[in-house]
Design a protein around this ligand. Sequence first.
Ligand code: HSE
Length: 428
Amino acid sequence: MTKSLRLAIAGLGTVGAGIVKIVQQHGDLLTARAGQPIEIVAVSARSRSKDRGVDLSGYAWEDDAVELARRDDVDVLIEVIGGEDGPAKAVVETALANGKHVVTANKALLAIHGQNLATLAEENHVALRFEAAVAGGIPIVKALTEGLAANKIERVMGVMNGTCNYILTVMEATGADYADVLRDAQELGYAESDPTVDVGGFDAAHKLSLLAATAFGTQVDFGGVKIEGIQRITLTDIKNAADMGFRIKLLGVASMNDDGLEQRMQPCLVPTNSPLGMLEGVSNMVIVEGDYVGQIVLQGPGAGEGPTASAVMGDVMDIARGLLIPVFGQPAVTLAKATRSNIGMDAEYYLRFSLADEAGVMAAISTTLGEHGVSINRMRQYNHDGDIAPVIILTHEVSRAQLDEALGVIAAMDTCLEKPIAIRIETV
Ligand code: HSE
């Protein structure tokens, strides 16, 4: 009889339970496609008695997840505990050192320790796979490391946090407050336990750093991602952007510039009628541009039980089929340390000013912009809000440094009543 591929699952939250369901419900399909049965032999979580809606009675239980990684009857350790250190790191390191393959959904762990863990996996000739860590159910890591492996990647970008996309699209559709929509996202199970990780852009930045390493052959450099969250985005900006033909997205972009790797995660305006602009709710979208393939757009659910478990099990299937490719697409020892780009590409910007309603104020603003080389593309003044004149300006391409200088001068004017808002318009 064909030997089974034996799994252990560390962590039985939403994703862990989803993995159990797939293995239990799709046994025949997995066996047929993998060429061998896939079975769960042992599990571990914080509470043994909690009802997770799945039958765990056939599996060995370990109170300490690290013990899973030491068991002789385990071939693949699945880590869905989460967190960049603590038990997740200990379990993964122990499993790799003991010659077991590891599949993880843990973006924070890999964003911080990816290079060391990849080296450990490759030294031990085992797989370390992380499809579920980036954009949930979208097979973007496979796309980069396999289907697009012959391309020089020019840019990788996308919306990779479902919670933020949900908040921004629901705010626009319903006019609801940021705080109320965030609460809904938490209740629906999209948000991380600390939602600052989502709305502050960190979760998506973890994911972007993993894609950048895979796309550009550099060591993961999470510290090199310029991160700005969506907390300062107001309904006013969402409505103004819509009025001018744009949507605001928390967009991650990585590119290899002449002076090094640029990685940024920040709210951006994208055209409403572009694929990114049309992305609704908790969905994710990743766009890859390769020199031979052109542009690839992948869209799908970026969070939740089913999509994340689907991605984990896709990696397990590859291991069952004997696919052993380097963690980030090329051997870890050949990944170059990333040089961080300082230039940053010029861009068009959306600017919002809250100005005193007095003669000459607009003239002063446009003169200051002009003196700093900031050219105005479109301009709109909305109805006065009390004594405040809200003014929106879309610029032509300009460097962020020049723009910031101009905005600094304007912010210091008595007639500028609130700190000006500047949001990048991304070319997509
Ligand atoms: N909190 C994440 C999101 C889950 O909203 O996309 C997947 O990382």
